[in-house]
Design a protein around this ligand. Structure first.
Ligand code: ZN
Length: 209
């Protein structure tokens, strides 16, 4: 069974979390016993297993047999990957697009593993800046590339729903390391590629489209 389908295993403390969700419902003035809310504490408790599943991914298992030797020394770019994360300040979603590029130094990562790496770090309580860095750090650790670049373009519901000024609802972060930091041409090439990606982020108030 893949780890995505194994969020709610027998160790997940659904029973321990649910009473706290119930208490929250009471404290905001709701009636947790009314029909629509009866199963909400359990449902929310289970949902958090999935939304925080990134904490429980074993990186070695994730990469299992997916690191390969290669002489290729051009840019490897995986762009337009959708992600969903939770802002650690408000426990509300932020979501959008991640682009990852690296220039190998003898080793490459199986293509299907890059979105898994993104999931491993996004399905946690996060801030966008740290998420960007953790993806870059991880790729550096596992294949020691000549350089790595990660960019994230995201919409933050904590800003949008709470009526913060529209321009602040959307955030772009970027980390460039190694040859991407040193070589302006390569950096320009990377930017040109990722700008061509259409974003799967829906048009939201404050979204750039
Ligand atoms: Zn927030």
């Amino acid at each position: 069974m893949s780890w995505e389908r194994a969020h709610v295993d027998s160790n997940w403390p659904t029973e321990a979390i649910a009473p706290h969700i119930r208490a929250l419902l009471e404290l905001i003035g709701e009636d947790p016993d009314r029909e629509g809310l009866q199963d909400t504490p359990t449902r929310v408790a289970r949902m958090f297993a999935e939304l925080t599943s990134g904490y429980r991914v074993d990186p070695d298992k994730l990469l299992n047999e997916a690191l390969f030797t290669s002489n290729y020394d051009g840019m490897v770019l995986v762009r337009g990957m959708e992600f969903y994360s939770l802002c650690e300040h408000h426990l509300l979603p932020f979501f959008g697009t991640v682009h990852v590029a690296y220039v190998p130094n003898g080793k490459i990562i199986g293509l299907s593993k890059i979105p898994r790496i993104v999931d491993m770090f996004s399905r946690r309580l996060q801030v966008q800046e740290r998420l960007t860095e953790q993806i870059a750090d991880f790729i550096e650790q596992v294949i020691q590339p000549q350089g790595v670049a990660v960019a994230i373009d995201a919409a933050h519901l904590c800003a949008i729903m709470r009526g913060v000024r529209k321009e602040q609802a959307r955030m772009v972060t970027q980390v460039v390391r190694g040859v991407f930091a040193e070589d302006a041409n390569l950096r320009q090439e990377w930017r040109a590629w990722i700008q061509q990606t259409s974003s799967p982020v829906p048009v939201l108030p404050g979204g750039g489209g």
